[in-house]
Design a protein around this ligand. Sequence first.
Ligand code: TYD
Length: 206
Amino acid sequence: MDGKFITIEGPDGSGKSTIIRQLKKHYSKKNVDILFTREPGGTQIGEEIRDIILDKKNTMLGKEAEALLYAASRAQHIHELIEPTLKAGKNIISDRFLLSSLAYQGVGRDLGVEKVREINEFGLKGIEPDLILFFYIDPETTLKRKFRHSKEDRLELEGNAFHNKVYNGYMELMNKYPKNIKKIDATQSISQVKRQTIEAIDAVLK
Ligand code: TYD
């Protein structure tokens, strides 16, 4: 039987990275075999594409090329890692996947959700997450959290208007395509978010 594919989504500053670190510890202690990966990236080629996309120097990068680079990183991720791993019966948790492109490029960059879905579909090989965990948190709260960080990448440097659009995009997408999406209130304490995330993952892994 194929492994389960779980993705974690949410705006910048939603606390995904903190929770993912905790998930790694939790499941390794329990001896549950899960491959943790991320987008953009996850493979050597994907990580090289990630560097291009997030490099602050790349101010010339156009939104169409940006969307195609995310899609290319994802296509390689599926080809080299996600599909073979799931086929081998192993479970995967990915920090971001297709929904990020639909929200950031489709809505945030105004390329259109359907257009962005189309360019991605070419590389998806029909693979869909069994569960999408969406960490929802309003832009005001993420903004306050952001001030605690100093190193920002090209996307994080985008203004508030962009991040508000991404947030609205995520909300719109969740209402339009609620399939397999579980919302987690990311304004709660880390331990509450962690507990609810683990409950949702365990329900799918059973
Ligand atoms: P990520 O490493 O998850 O950043 P963070 O941990 O700070 O949330 O993602 C890098 C950035 O890339 C992030 O700003 C979201 C953006 N992104 C897109 O715009 N489209 C995509 O398809 C993906 C996967 C990420």
